[in-house]
Design a protein around this ligand. Structure first.
Ligand SMILES: [Zn+2]
Length: 242
């Protein structure tokens, strides 16, 4: 812990990479099926699933949208965001699609990369028009595009789909700029997000792993592993760094 404090204090640019473990602390489900989901659900949250059953996909993501709208800023999110507000964490990359960083931070200027998109927006499958979910009529699924009438879909990256180039480029730039990357609730099982820590590491940056269990990164050199939950780890870091 003391080593992590010293690294974050001395580094000029700290990036956080967050995953499902952070949202699981708030009682929100584990997304995109890396673990903890029924096999049938996992297989439907995919490009093929969208073709087969778009209503299922809409119901699934609308449920996450509604639950995350009701979530309070607490746990690891709360203490991590205190570090952001204190200027200790300079950017966040997340694979979570619940939009919680954006909503809790409430700062459109903050460098936040939602690598797999976010459930709070939908995009037209024909013309690309993007809209906040709250402005769409979701009484009938899938909702129709206000511009062209084609079906809209949640703006999330389903399994088998590519990450938007703009988001991937922003994430790569953040990872390459980071002198330290703190990785929380992210098991490293999702590509290409799991390559981002290696970009930081290869350029001589420190990795700080917050996870009660070992991850693929904890075996590397030049890595500090804090084997605690995100809530405990970020609370302790905030106590020492703010
Ligand atoms: Zn359209």
């Amino acid at each position: 812990m003391e080593k992590a404090v010293r690294i974050l204090d001395e580094s000029g640019y700290n990036v956080a990479l967050t995953g499902a473990g952070l949202s699981a602390e708030l009682g929100l489900p584990i997304y995109r099926g890396a673990s903890g989901g029924a096999a049938e659900t996992i297989s439907l949250l995919s490009r093929e699933g969208w073709e087969r059953d778009p209503v299922f996909i809409w119901r699934y993501y609308l449920d996450i949208y509604r639950r995350s709208r009701g979530a309070e800023r607490k746990g690891g999110y709360h203490h991590l965001h205190r570090l952001v507000e204190a200027g200790v964490i300079h950017a966040i990359i997340t694979v979570n699609i619940d939009g919680l960083h954006k909503r809790f931070l409430n700062d459109p200027e903050y460098p936040l990369v939602e690598l797999h998109g976010s459930v709070d927006k939908a995009v037209c499958t024909a013309c690309g028009y993007t809209s906040p979910i709250e402005k769409l009529d979701t009484g009938t699924l899938p909702p129709r595009c206000p511009r062209c009438g084609a079906p809209m879909r949640p703006r999330v990256v389903l399994r088998g789909e590519r990450i938007r180039t703009r988001d991937l480029v922003r994430a790569i730039i953040e990872a390459e700029t980071a002198e330290a990357m703190i990785i929380a609730g992210f098991s490293g099982s999702v590509a290409p997000a799991n390559m981002l820590p290696l970009l930081t590491h290869r350029r001589g940056g420190w990795l700080i792993i917050v996870d009660p269990s070992p991850t693929p990164y904890t075996r590397l050199e030049h890595v500090v592993w804090i084997p605690l939950t995100a809530e405990k780890a970020f609370r302790m870091l905030a106590q020492r760094l703010i």
